[in-house]
Design a protein around this ligand. Sequence first.
Ligand code: AMP
Length: 117
Amino acid sequence: MAYDKDNIFAKILRGEIPCNKIYEDEFALAFHDINPQAPIHVLVIPKGEYVSMSDFTADAPDELIVGFFRAVGLVAKQLGLDEPGYRTLANIGEHGRQEVPHLHMHIFGGKKLGSMI
Ligand code: AMP
C-alpha cells in the first residue's frame, strides 16, 4: 500500500496539527491517543513513511527499527507500566482494523486489561 502523506499522523509528525506529546527522539514520537480505550492509551509512531509492520521491517533502516522499538519500551517504562504490566498492539490493514495508515504501536495500561480480541 502506498504511503498517504496526508494521513493524520504524517501531519502530526510535520507539526501541522498538534498532539499531546509525551516523548520524542530522532526515531519516534509518542503521544496520548485522542480517544483513549484504557486509563493510559499512548501511541508510538516511527519517523518515516511506513504503513504496515511489513513495510517497516522490510524497508526501514536498521537504526530506525531499533530506535522505534526502543522508544516503545522506554515510553512504557517512563509511564510506570513495566511492573503492573501493559499491552502493546499494532493494528494492520483491513482485518486488523487499522484506521490511520501510518504504522503505530498502541500502549494500553493503567488497569487490568480485558481479553485480547
Ligand atoms: P488504528 O489505526 O485503528 O490502530 O487506530 C488509530 C488510533 O489513532 C485511534 O485509537 C484513534 O483514537 C487515534 N487517533 C486518531 N487521530 C488522532 C489524533 N489526532 N491524535 C491522537 N490520536 C489520534
